[in-house]
Design a protein around this ligand. Structure first.
Ligand SMILES: Cc1cc2nc3c(=O)[nH]c(=O)nc-3n(C[C@H](O)[C@H](O)[C@H](O)COP(=O)(O)OP(=O)(O)OC[C@H]3O[C@@H](n4cnc5c(N)ncnc54)[C@H](O)[C@@H]3O)c2cc1C
Length: 493
């Protein structure tokens, strides 16, 4: 084998997955068609949940200071992440290229073999391994791996070659994006509906302004390259009356509202993550966030299967959990598209939703959707936190009854391993986890400080998966601890 896992695509999903697999000690090759980074950034937003996910791996510091906000929107209806946010708000001016650089550096430091200028062109699934055909300047070569993961974006060749079904709807409209220098426009961070469509303006720093413009009813075009800047400037003028034709375009791009999702996230030894599995209008800036979270859901499971500590059935939970998230993503981007791009006929619905958002429970629901906090995987019934993300908790670690270092629960996930958090210094409980200590860390700690423990009030112990989701909690889980450990981490030693 050339590697245990081959990943196609060094975008955010592929790079995050490469880092996750390396954290677990799995050999990985990443094949990327482009010879170098383009510096282009479709996404500029990190959702609060993605901020937490990056924090779990200690990556936030590498961004060099991120400005965050607790305000967001759902289809233009303001939402407040405040009540749900423990530590981080949303970041709205982090270029996707910066996120990719951070992830690539991290994955390389961990030993990922990232090969640029290599195009995936075909595969054969032999049942016990996958053979991959790769083209580079020297010709074509074949590589073998136990698993192949397509993280090669919306036009995924892996998806096509492996025969995944990708049903959905074709694009009905087209919008433009342009990064400009030499023009000063007032920020319009939340998509601003204007007569005839919507516009957005973000200041990206260094005098660069990002504009997005969508004219209602603009039909999708067949394009071989990016649109001319004059098309964008004309649309901008029609919608805002402002002439930006003199600006220097640094990057111009068109995108549509095609909405599709694969019916299965795994076929044999081939898996998909990120845009290769789901495409949609980038309303609410969720695609990259979802791709990163796909990767964080898949990484530890694939690593456990490759290393032989968990059965292959663990991979089924990747499809079960993330297909449902993708389905909800498509539904919510469709809803947001209607709210943002619809005409006056949608106004009564906007007004009604705006009124409903005044109710606390609805506000929390919309903020959960927009922030990525509402994800609940099936971890059995019982305690309300089961399957949800582990809320951040300040902890004082204790060793043999002595007070110890203060740490955050998020920090405990840095190694990408599961964590059994024993909040009541219970040696009996810790002994029950003995058979799994090669895969999970057992941490004895007490909540630190006066901050309320929220949903963790009354919890004596919590088992957290490497992706930060609660797999078991006591009291409150119907299953016992060894059952939960076996379900998520494979049989004990
Ligand atoms: C205008 C716009 C704004 C957006 N804003 C946001 C936002 O604010 N927040 C957000 O979360 N998302 C946003 N998105 C969506 C986001 O950009 C994508 O969801 C994200 O890039 C998907 O990441 P990925 O890793 O799955 O795929 P990609 O980023 O598309 O990466 C795929 C990689 O695979 C490589 N590749 C393709 N084919 C091959 C091949 N055959 N062989 C080898 N390599 C190959 C490509 O070169 C590429 O590097 C936005 C999108 C648009 C269009």
């Amino acid at each position: 084998m050339d590697a245990s896992v081959i990943i196609v695509g060094a975008g955010p999903a592929g790079l995050m997955l490469a880092g996750e697999l390396r954290l677990a000690g799995v050999g990985v090759i990443v094949l990327e068609r482009l010879p170098g980074r383009t510096g282009e950034s479709r996404g500029i937003g990190l959702a609060p949940r993605t901020m937490e996910v990056l924090d779990q791996r200690g990556l936030l510091g590498r961004f060099g200071g991120i400005e965050t906000s607790e305000q967001g929107h759902f289809g233009g209806i303001p939402v407040d992440f405040g009540p749900l946010v423990a530590v981080h708000g949303a970041a709205r001016t982090v270029p996707q290229s910066a996120t990719e650089t951070v992830l690539e550096d991290w994955a390389r430091e961990l030993g990922a073999d990232i090969r640029r200028g290599r195009e995936f062109v075909g595969l054969t699934d032999h049942g016990d391994h996958v053979e991959v055909r790769v083209r580079d300047s020297a010709g074509e070569q074949r590589l073998r791996a136990r698993y192949l993961v397509g993280c090669d974006g919306g036009r995924s060749a892996v998806r096509k070659e492996a025969g995944f079904d990708f049903p959905g709807t074709a694009a009905t409209t087209e919008m433009f994006l342009a990064d400009l220098r030499g023009v000063d426009l007032e920020p319009r961070m939340v998509a601003d509906r204007v007569s005839g469509g919507m516009v957005m303006v973000n200041r990206l720093g260094d005098g660069i302004v990002r504009i997005v413009v969508g004219e209602r009813g603009a039909p999708p075009q067949r394009r071989d390259g990016p649109p001319a800047f004059s098309e964008v400037a004309d649309a901008w003028k029609r919608l805002t009356g402002i002439d930006i034709a003199h600006a220097e375009p640094l990057w111009v791009s068109a995108f549509g509202d095609a909405t599709r999702q694969v019916t299965e996230y795994r076929r044999g030894r081939v898996l998909l993550a990120g845009d290769s599995a789901h495409i949609h209008l980038p309303a609410g800036g969720q695609g990259m966030n979802t791709g990163i979270q796909d990767a964080v859901n898949l990484g530890w499971k694939l690593a456990a299967v490759v290393r032989g500590t968990a059965p292959e059935t663990l991979l089924e939970t990747y499809h079960e959990e993330r297909h449902e998230i993708g389905r909800r993503l498509l539904a919510n981007t469709r809803a947001q598209s209607l709210l943002l791009l619809g005409g006056d006929e949608v106004q009564p619905l906007r007004d009604l939703l705006g009124e409903l958002a005044g109710f606390d429970e609805v506000a929390r629901y919309l903020a959960g959707r927009a922030g990525g906090f509402d994800i609940r995987y099936d971890a059995g019934s019982g305690h309300p936190l089961l399957g949800m993300r582990m809320p951040h908790l300040e902890l004082e670690r204790t060793a043999a009854g002595r007070p110890g270092r203060v740490t955050g629960s998020t920090e405990l996930l840095r190694a990408g391993r599961g964590v059994l958090l024993d909040l009541e210094d219970n040696p009996h409980l810790r002994r029950r986890a003995d058979g799994w200590t090669d895969r999970i860390d057992v941490v004895t700690a007490a909540p630190h400080g006066p901050a309320p423990r929220g949903a963790l009030e009354g919890a004596a112990a919590v088992l957290v998966r490497p992706d930060g989701h609660v797999a078991w909690i006591a009291p409150g889980s119907r299953h016992d601890l060894p059952m939960a450990l076996e379900r998520w981490f494979g049989p004990g030693r």
